[in-house]
Design a protein around this ligand. Structure first.
Ligand code: URA
Length: 213
């Protein structure tokens, strides 16, 4: 059975130190590895980067109370992959349908930036999570860091599958499809790297892929 890293996970010194600072500054926040959202028997896994300081690090639900979630969750709902009202808190009753949402790194990093060592240290959790999803068909990676983390978790060569927005990679090792999107971050939206329409098209394609998988 897949287990989220425990509250005592101390693999990443920088993240442990940041967690200690945040416990002082924001004592009501979760301030620990963030649990994934959605059922393990889902056919779709969405993998983000890492919890946001005032988002998932506060709420203990990926992308929740985070700008990136304001783009992600309504789009999933629009395409029938979620239901209920996304209320930006864990107990809002919002539900994912056939989707699980996780992160490449499960603890909040300073300035939303993770290091290669942190992605590597967190990899066993992603590996275990993927292994615990018996019906998994498609992984949607939000951003290049997630894309790389997923490939490494699956033992696939990074050089064989280049990250590109909208790219669909059929992974030869296991038949899974890896779909790439730019991350739904505020920065990407504000700079026009990603628009809501572009992300809508990704989720529409995700829905189509899972229907035909
Ligand atoms: N919140 C998350 O949980 N993950 C991200 O990648 C961004 C915000």
């Amino acid at each position: 059975m897949f287990e989220c890293p425990s509250f005592e996970c101390v693999k990443c010194p920088r993240l442990v130190e940041f967690r200690a600072q945040n416990k002082q500054k924001f004592p009501t926040y979760h301030n620990a590895p963030v649990e994934s959202f959605g059922a393990l028997n889902a056919e779709i896994l969405v993998v983000g980067l890492a919890p946001g300081l005032n988002g998932a690090n506060q709420t203990n639900r990926p992308f929740t109370n985070d700008y990136a979630g304001d783009i992600l969750y309504p789009a999933l709902k629009k395409y029938g992959l979620a239901r209920g009202n996304y209320g930006k808190v864990k107990n809002d009753g919002f539900e994912l349908i056939n989707v699980r949402v996780s992160n490449a790194v499960r603890c909040v990093p300073p300035q939303n930036k993770v290091t290669a060592d942190e992605v590597k240290a967190c990899r066993p959790y992603l590996q275990a999570e993927i292994a615990a999803m018996p019906n998994l068909k498609i992984i949607l990676s939000l951003g290049a860091v997630s894309h790389g983390a997923v490939l490494q978790a699956l033992g696939c060569k990074k050089s064989a599958y280049k990250f590109a927005h909208g790219a669909e990679h059929k992974l030869d090792k296991n038949g899974l499809i890896l779909l790439d999107s730019y991350h739904t971050s505020r920065y990407n939206i504000n700079t026009g790297v990603l628009t809501e329409q572009m992300f809508d098209a990704i989720v529409a394609r995700l829905k189509e892929l899972v229907k035909n998988a």
